[in-house]
Design a protein around this ligand. Structure first.
Ligand SMILES: Cc1cc2nc3c(=O)[nH]c(=O)nc-3n(C[C@H](O)[C@H](O)[C@H](O)COP(=O)(O)OP(=O)(O)OC[C@H]3O[C@@H](n4cnc5c(N)ncnc54)[C@H](O)[C@@H]3O)c2cc1C
Length: 425
C-alpha cells in the first residue's frame, strides 16, 4: 500500500456500493484514510495544529482558494487535542452579531458536512436546551432569543411544561433551583468529534496536502518582521505563510514567533457514565448549577461542567471536579445518582477575557492566529476553518472574521459572550 498523497487521491469514494464490494472481498481493498508523508523543505502554507480548526482551515484553503501546497504539523496525533476530548455540543444561539454569524455558518456547514467530506461525521441535530433556573436566566435567555430572531438564527424560549415534555428524566420542581423554562434551539445537537477531524484529514490528504503527525514545532524563524520557517522535530520547514491553530498551546507558539496573546490556558474536564438504555434525546445545559449532559449513541451519559479554577496544562480529570459537577446536576437529574462513572478526562482550553475567539493577523507579517475558542470551539470548526482559510489566502479577514481580530483587545471593542455563553459549550 502506497503512502504518497498522490496514491491516496485515487482512494475510493465511500458509498453503499463500496461497502458491498469490500464485504465481498473481506474488506481487503480499503485504502488508508490519509497518508503519513515525510515533510518537504518548503510549503506555501504551514498550519501548526491538526485539531479540527487547523484541519478545517487546510480543507477550505484547498476547496475555496485552490491552495493545496499545505502542511498541517501536529505534535501528537491528529484530533488528539481538544477536538478529540470535547463533549460535542453544537449550537449557534450566541448573543452578539459576529458570534451568531460565525457559529451559524458553522452549523449550516455541519448540516451537510458528511456529504461534503464523503465521511459520516454523525451530525445529530437532536435539539439543544439551556435551562433557565433563575429569574436572571429567564431575562437573559429571552434577550438571546430576541437577538437571535433579529440575526435569523431560529431559537425559542419555552416554558417549564414544555421542558418536561422534551426531557422526561428532568426534575423541574427544585428544591433549590426549580426549572422555570429554557432556551431551545431545535437545530442544535452533537456530532462525532473524532470523525470531524478524520473526515477533514482524509479530504485534505486526498487534495495532496501533507498531514505530519508526531512532529512538534519547537521554533518559528522570522526575518525583517516576516515569517521564514518553522523548526520541528523532523527538521526545518520553510513557508510563505504560517497559521498557528494550537488552542491551549497558543501562548507558547506565539512566544516562539515573538509576540504575546491575551489567552489563558485552563483544563476543562468531562466524564461519561456507564451505558444505559436511551432516556434522553436532547442536549441539556444547566448553567446555573454549572453542568450539562447528553446521551451518546452508545448509551453513556456524557457530562461536563466548568473549567478548573486555576490556570494549568494538565490534560487529565480529577476526582473533586467529577464530584462537584455530578453533585450540581443530581438535583435536576436525580437518576444520575444511580449511575457508575466509566471514564473521565481533560483538555487544555484557550480562554480570552470576552469569551470570544481570535482569528487575526499578528505583529509578524504572514503569521495568522486562530485560537481563543475556549470551552466551546468544537461547534465552530467548519465556520472557523472557512473564515481562517479566507484570512490566510487573502492576508486579511473577510466578513466572518473581521470582528475577531487582536486589535479589539487594544481598542476595548470586546465581543462579550461571557454571560450569554453560560457554561459556554
Ligand atoms: C472537556 C471538554 C469539553 C468540551 N466540550 C465542548 C462542547 O461540548 N462543544 C464545543 O463546541 N466545544 C467544546 N469544547 C471545546 C473544543 O473542544 C475546542 O474549542 C476545540 O476542539 C478546539 O479545537 P482546535 O483545533 O483549536 O484545538 P485542538 O483540537 O486542541 O488542536 C490543537 C492541536 O495543536 C497541537 N499542538 C500544540 N502545540 C503544538 C506544537 N508546538 N507543534 C505542533 N502541534 C502542536 C496539539 O497537539 C493539538 O492537537 C470542549 C473542550 C474540552 C476540553
Amino acid at each position: 500500500m502506497s503512502d504518497t498523497p498522490k496514491a491516496q487521491s485515487k482512494s475510493g469514494h465511500y458509498s453503499v456500493f463500496a461497502i458491498a464490494r469490500e464485504a465481498l472481498r473481506l474488506h481487503s481493498g480499503w485504502r488508508r484514510a490519509w497518508a503519513s508523508p515525510q515533510p518537504r523543505n518548503k510549503y506555501k502554507v504551514v498550519i501548526i495544529g491538526a485539531g479540527g480548526h487547523g484541519l478545517a482551515t487546510a480543507y477550505y484553503l484547498g476547496k475555496n482558494y485552490g491552495i493545496t501546497d499545505v502542511a498541517v504539523i501536529e505534535k501528537g496525533w491528529l484530533g488528539g487535542g481538544n477536538t478529540g476530548r470535547n463533549t460535542t455540543i453544537i449550537r449557534s444561539n450566541y448573543l452578539q452579531d459576529p458570534s451568531a454569524a460565525i457559529y451559524d455558518k458553522a452549523l449550516k456547514l455541519y448540516e451537510n458536512l458528511s456529504q461534503d467530506l464523503n465521511y459520516n461525521v454523525m451530525f445529530s441535530p437532536r435539539g439543544l436546551l439551556m435551562l433557565a433556573q433563575t429569574e436572571h436566566e429567564i431575562r437573559g435567555y429571552k434577550r438571546t432569543a430576541h437577538a437571535n430572531s433579529l440575526q435569523g438564527v431560529a431559537t425559542q424560549y419555552i416554558d417549564a411544561k414544555r421542558v418536561k415534555e422534551l426531557v422526561p428524566i428532568i426534575n423541574i420542581d427544585g428544591p433549590r433551583y426549580p426549572v422555570l423554562g429554557g432556551l431551545y434551539q431545535e437545530r442544535g445537537g452533537t456530532a462525532r468529534h473524532d470523525a470531524v477531524a478524520w473526515g477533514y484529514a482524509r479530504a485534505c490528504s486526498d487534495m495532496g496536502m501533507h498531514i505530519i503527525q508526531n512532529c512538534e514545532v519547537t521554533g518559528v524563524e522570522t526575518q525583517n518582521g516576516e515569517v521564514r520557517a518553522v523548526n520541528t522535530g523532523k527538521g526545518r520547514i520553510e513557508c510563505d505563510k504560517l497559521a498557528i491553530v494550537v488552542a491551549g498551546h497558543s501562548s507558547h507558539v506565539a512566544d516562539m514567533a515573538g509576540f504575546r496573546l491575551p489567552i489563558e490556558s485552563i483544563a476543562l474536564q468531562a466524564l461519561v457514565s456507564e451505558p444505559i438504555k436511551p432516556c434522553c434525546d436532547v442536549v441539556i445545559m444547566a448553567n446555573t448549577v454549572h453542568g450539562y449532559l447528553s446521551q451518546s449513541d452508545k448509551g453513556e451519559m456524557v457530562i461536563g461542567g466548568g473549567t478548573d479554577s486555576f490556570n494549568n496544562y494538565s490534560q487529565r480529570g480529577s476526582w473533586h471536579h467529577v464530584e462537584e459537577t455530578v453533585r450540581a446536576l443530581i438535583e435536576t437529574f436525580p437518576m444520575l445518582s444511580r449511575l457508575k462513572m466509566l471514564r473521565q478526562w481533560g483538555g487544555i482550553v484557550d480562554m480570552t477575557g470576552d469569551r470570544s475567539p481570535i482569528l487575526s493577523t499578528t505583529p509578524v507579517k504572514n503569521i495568522f492566529v486562530n485560537c481563543g475558542w475556549g470551552t466551546g470551539g468544537f461547534k465552530a470548526i467548519p465556520g472557523s476553518g472557512w473564515a481562517m482559510a479566507e484570512l490566510v489566502a487573502k492576508g486579511q479577514p473577510g466578513p466572518l472574521a473581521a470582528d475577531f481580530g487582536l486589535d479589539r483587545f487594544v481598542e476595548g471593542r470586546f465581543i462579550d459572550e461571557s454571560v450569554a455563553a453560560g457554561v459556554a459549550h
